[in-house]
Design a protein around this ligand. Structure first.
Ligand SMILES: [Zn+2]
Length: 232
């Protein structure tokens, strides 16, 4: 009985939550007390690997925003995955990110197997792995947004793509671990969702960072804008 092991991704761009598969486990091979210990070890190792370690993950909401289509249309298209800076969700600051397994037969059913978090995850109707945010209201956690992302700034698909490209470039080109940590922890994470806070100086900081660390990316962007005849 092979099952997916999953954790909850939280996108820094749009602040949506989504299921992110981090491994698989064979429950049939791990029965009894000994098997339980083996499973616990496996769950703990994924917790250690991903807790407090932001990664570029495949966010369904950002995918829809960048292409201006529903996720199910994306699935049958030849378009590339959209990856965005994301954290693995924690529901208690002192605890590691919770681990789930998909125990569903015909449709996904994510159940908590390790750590602190909701016992079950409620997905929305998009079949994208996105969680239904209002279901988190019952947790009454301070600072946890329970509203799905809304395009209140009326950005175009191209504008969403440009912001994501810049942030990804900044994250990828951060020269060493300390610099990357500082960029992510001091600038990006406190300003989630970055789409809403982008114009509050984050745009300038990120652009300067990329210009300083990766001038060829800026050159490429300028050339691309000239070809597309976009304002600089
Ligand atoms: Zn997103």
């Amino acid at each position: 009985m092979v099952r997916e092991i999953a954790m909850i991704g939280n996108c820094m761009m749009c602040d949506s939550f989504f299921v992110n598969v981090v491994g698989i486990v064979d429950l049939a091979e791990n029965r009894g007390a000994k098997g339980k210990d083996v499973l616990s070890e496996q769950y703990e190792s994924v917790q250690n690997k991903y807790t407090d370690k932001p990664e570029l993950l495949h966010c369904p909401t950002c995918t829809e925003l960048v292409y201006g289509i529903r996720f199910q249309e994306f699935v049958v298209s030849d378009k590339d995955c959209v990856i965005t800076l994301s954290n693995f969700m924690k529901f208690d600051e002192e605890e590691a990110s919770p681990v789930y397994i998909n125990s569903g037969e015909h449709k996904p059913k994510y159940t908590l197997v390790y750590g602190v978090g909701p016992k079950m995850l409620e997905l929305d109707s998009s079949k994208s792995g996105r969680l239904y945010k209002p279901s988190f209201r019952a947790l009454k956690l301070p600072g946890l947004s329970t509203k799905p992302f809304e395009n209140t700034k009326e950005r175009s698909a191209l504008e969403f793509k440009e912001i994501i490209d810049l942030v990804n470039q900044a994250v990828i080109t951060a020269r060493d671990a300390d610099e990357k940590k500082s960029l992510i922890e001091d600038i990006l994470v406190p300003n989630k969702p970055l789409f809403d806070n982008w114009e509050n100086g984050i745009d300038v900081t990120v652009k300067d960072f990329v210009r300083d660390k990766c001038p060829e990316f800026v050159d490429y962007e300028i050339t691309r804008r000239q070809i597309l005849d976009l304002p600089n």
